[in-house]
Every structure is written in C-alpha cells, then in structure tokens.
Ligand binder design. Structure first.
Ligand code: ADP
Ligand code: MG
Length: 251
C-alpha cells in the first residue's frame, strides 16, 4: 500500500529570466488540506514560483507534480492542469466588464460545461457564504478592494480546484480591508481547502499555516511549522527578514 502523493510537489525548480537566475532549485510540498505560506523579501521569487505552478512560466529545470502528475512535462495539457488550480493575485483579478455573478460563473459554464442556471445557483450559494450575495449583479468597480478580493477567491473556488494559489492577495488593500479577506482564507483552511499562499501577513501565517517556507534569493532557506520558522528561526537571514517585518509593524 502506498500513501497518496502530495497535492503539490515542487522539486529542484530553477527559473532564469535571461541571465538572471530567479529560482535556484526550490523544493516544497503541499499535502492535501494543508496551508503552506511562502514568505520572503520582495524580489525573492515568490510570484515567479506561483506562476511556475500555474504554468504561466516554463521552468528551466526541476519537476512540479500535481496529484503525482508531472505538470512540467512539455507534453502536459496546460488547460486541463490549470482547471485543477485556482489562482488569486494581488489585484485586478475580476474582469471589469462583467458582473460579479458572470465573473464567477464564466469558468464553470465555459470550461466545465455547467448549464447557466446551475452555475448561477452554485455561484449565489458561494457568494452567500462569504456575505456578498447582494453584490452578484454589480460590476467590480462598485465593490471595495476587500469585496473584490473575496469575490475573486469565490471565483477561484467555483471550479472546485485541487489547489488554491494565493499571491499576496491582501498586499494592495487598505489596512482596514485586510482582515475580511484573511478571515475568508482562514475559513477555507478550516474547511480543508489545500492552499499555497505568498504573504507578508505573519500573524496570519502563524495562526493558520501548517508550514512556513522562507524564500531567500530564489531558494527555500528554511521551512517548518510557523512556531519554529517565525518564532525561533535557525538561519540569520530569516531572523533579519523577520526583524524588518516587525519594524514595519506586521507581526
Ligand atoms: N517576466 C520577468 N522578466 C524578467 N524578470 C522578472 C520577471 N518576473 C520577475 N522577474 C524578476 O524576478 C525576481 C523575482 O520576482 P518575483 O517572483 O516577482 O518576486 P516576489 O514575488 O518575491 O516579489 C525579481 O528580480 C524580478 O525583477
Ligand atoms: Mg510577488
């Protein structure tokens, strides 16, 4: 009997942009129902790593598997793989010319072939659960930044993905709006959604993450349970990074 593979496995991933090596052999795993947060300075490669997982970038070396399937194989079916991953970026996630409801039902209808009524019913149910049902008919620019990000998370979940990628989803928000988005992510974590999340919200990482990975100059310098990596880091560079974050008032 063999244990099932992790939902996501990243092994030795290398990425260059021209001469610039941005990822230097990243190793990271996310097991089912786990929340793994990636922390690290701006420019350390967090977004590039996420983009490699979602196949928006082609890796130069290494292997990424999703449920045991090698998704970095050049013969892999990119569309089919992307359907199994939900993604939310820092900002501008929603299509501005579509209502919230149409944003959410688009992929279930077009990609998964769900009838319009059924897609709408499911979307309204999801919106209800995050307190946004009354915004279903609005265009994104009528929503606050926090509401937009919550709607974007709902959209990412509408196709029932195996993995949710969250790339600094609160970084562009006014401070008073950060909490409502983190509360939603916490609820999803409690419901067992498997999440890989780049974030500067150390308090959130400490409370919600199963594992914290410190990415430094394109490599995972240190990873482990939050109380270890955030509370008692081994590496001097992790300590320096956390000290800067504390200075910025984010711990
Ligand atoms: N498309 C690109 N072309 C060239 N360089 C890039 C590109 N995307 C990111 N980079 C560079 O890769 C490095 C890592 O960036 P990024 O992954 O965005 O880091 P982070 O998300 O941790 O801030 C940075 O030096 C950035 O300038
Ligand atoms: Mg980034």
């Amino acid at each position: 009997m063999s244990a099932s593979p992790p939902v996501l496995s990243i092994e030795g991933v290398v990425k260059f942009f021209g001469e610039h090596q941005v990822l230097r052999g990243v190793d990271l795993e996310v097991a089912e129902h786990q929340v793994v947060t990636v922390i690290g300075s701006s420019g350390s490669g967090k977004s590039t790593l996420m983009r490699c997982v979602n196949l928006l970038e082609v890796v130069d070396d290494g292997v990424i598997t999703l449920d045991g399937e090698d998704i970095t194989d050049p013969r892999a079916d990119v569309d089919r793989i992307r359907r199994r991953i939900g993604v939310v970026f820092q900002a501008y996630n929603l299509f501005p010319h579509m209502t919230v409801l149409d944003n959410i039902t688009l992929a279930p209808r077009v990609v998964h072939g769900l009838p319009r009524d059924q897609a709408a019913e499911q979307a309204l149910d999801l919106l209800d659960r995050v307190g946004l049902r009354d915004k279903a008919g609005e265009y994104p620019d009528r929503l606050s930044g926090g509401q937009q990000q919550r709607a974007a998370i709902v959209r990412a979940l509408a196709t029932d993905p195996r993995l949710l990628l969250l790339d600094e989803v609160t970084s562009a928000l006014d401070p008073e709006l950060v909490g409502e988005v983190l509360r939603l992510v916490r609820e999803l974590a409690e419901q067992g959604v498997t999440i890989l999340m780049a974030t500067h919200e150390m308090g959130f990482a400490r409370q919600v993450a199963d594992r914290v990975c410190f990415l430094d100059q394109g490599a995972v310098l240190e990873q482990g349970p939050p109380e270890q990596v955030l509370g008692d880091p081994v590496e001097p560079r992790t300590r320096q990074f956390l000290a800067r974050i504390i200075d910025a008032g984010r711990l």
